[in-house]
Design a protein. Structure first.
Length: 311
């Protein structure tokens, strides 16, 4: 089975590539903006992802597309209209790739979306049946891309699979998890010792395992799947487990969440506080039942794998 992977130079994409390369049933081509140090066939897409990108060389002979490339972080000072930039790459670029995939006869298109499509906070775990409520431009662009892909699937022979992961963690993970690791590693006292929220995370190894399951599982066709580790943790609990996995003491000061939220709002950090203090739970029961899948690693195993030394 011939697979085209976009975003292979990114955190998630690299893990996907390494996993697929170990499977003799798959033949992988990585679409990259610049060559990466992996022993895999590579097609250079130097101008990046937008509505004008020519994918003909990369798509030739492919059965499956795994689309992990995206515009994920935009500084407001860099773009007058960040949403327009997200749409240029994540919507127009994605749909251009998908339309060309249909024309060339690709059988299945796997799109890595975001749990942000459902929303940023909840009191009841999200499911794929919930009405979307993207609260940020990035998540909105992912939702719009999802809609375009499902419409394309309903009018063509190409199947679409959508996967919405929450925060993804793993070795050298970027973003919020990387910040938590740095804080713990430096032994900085953190005012997060009394946070009783619940958040679903997904280890990169569990997410990759799910993506690989979706490559050829018949039940995955034209479905939306939510991802997760199958266990929810509070921010306080997560920090303690990160420290344990690192072999570092975790210095947590028990300050009530309400006080932290108030202080963060005063200094313009409300969104950051929401991610640390609010709950975001994901129901993965449909994913597990429909695909006969379960996360291969627990949260503790996933965290331990973040810090294992490899040769």
């Amino acid at each position: 089975m011939h697979i085209l992977l976009t975003g292979a130079s990114g955190f998630l994409g690299r893990h996907i590539a390494e996993r697929i390369m170990r499977n003799d049933s798959f033949e992988l081509v990585a679409a990259v903006r610049a060559n990466i140090d992996l022993p895999v066939a590579q097609v250079c897409i130097p101008d990046g992802l937008d509505h004008d990108t020519d994918w003909s060389a990369a798509l030739k002979g492919q059965d499956i597309v795994i689309h992990a490339a995206a515009r994920a972080h935009i500084l407001k000072e860099d773009f007058a209209d960040p949403l327009a930039e997200y749409r240029r790459v994540n919507v127009a670029g994605t749909l251009a790739l998908a339309r060309q995939a249909v024309k060339i006869g690709v059988k299945r298109f796997i799109f890595i979306s975001s749990i942000g499509v459902n929303g940023n906070i909840n009191t009841v775990p999200f499911t794929d049946k919930d009405l979307p409520a993207p609260a940020e431009p990035y998540a909105l662009s992912k939702w719009e891309a999802e809609q375009g892909l499902l419409d394309l699937a309903s009018n063509s022979d190409m199947e679409v699979v959508i996967i919405r992961p929450p925060l993804v963690y793993g070795p050298a993970a970027p973003g919020n998890f990387g910040s938590l690791v740095r804080w713990v590693g430096k032994g900085i006292p953190l005012p997060l010792g009394a946070i009783h929220n619940k958040r679903t995370l997904v280890s990169v190894d569990n997410l990759v395992d799910l993506i690989v399951r979706c490559i050829d599982h018949p039940a995955a066709a034209n479905q939306v799947f939510l991802a997760g580790d199958g266990e929810d943790v509070s921010t306080t609990e997560l920090l303690r487990r990160v420290g344990l996995a690192m072999g570092k003491p975790t210095r947590l000061v028990p300050i009530p969440a309400g006080i932290l939220q108030f202080g963060a709002t005063l200094v313009g950090k409300k969104a950051m506080a929401q991610r640390l203090l609010g709950s975001l739970q994901v129901d993965i029961s449909k994913t597990c039942e429909m695909l006969d899948w379960k996360p291969p690693y627990t949260v503790d195993e996933g965290l331990r794998r973040c810090f294992e030394k490899t040769d």
